[in-house]
Design a protein around this ligand. Sequence first.
Ligand code: ZN
Length: 198
Amino acid sequence: MTSTQAPSGRSTDPPYDPSLLETLRTMIRQVGEDPDREGLLETPRRMAAMYAELFEGSHLDPVEVLSVGFEEGHDEMVILKDIPFYSMCEHHFLPFHGEAHVGYLPDGRIVGLSKIARAVEIFARRPQVQERLTTQISECIEQVLNAKGVGVVIEAEHLCMTARGIRKPGSTMVTSSMRGHFREDDRTRQEFLSLIGY
Ligand code: ZN
């Protein structure tokens, strides 16, 4: 018995382009499998829903999230460390994941820490490269909060590096982006790096 009908979406699935289901069935066939085999029947639907979730950041605006900051007259460094994130390497569509550390030097205006974590998540849930992810987070915080300086350090493991290709499990990549005082002032940068444990 064969099924020619593409599996239909579930109400709990995030929205996706329904034509993706046929594309994914074709892909399953092209890698040498039978999309009508029982275990694979629901796979196109699951994958479509998964991509919609993992790429939801493409349709969301981190500026909006950070714009709810408030004036507090605070001018000491604020740090949020160990923000876990999952992103997708745009070269292989395989996950890279790890932790982001964000620090900034406010010019009076601050924002709730959960908003920073949410902004990281929005940038992460796009087809990405780690370098760009790091820079986008620091630029966005600098601009929206009008911060005097921003530092972002990201440490991540890339499945395209550890599960395939050069296969180096456990190896991580570290990227950083320093702006304003974090770039120009050694002491500010050192304070940030030592507070996040580097
Ligand atoms: Zn990759």
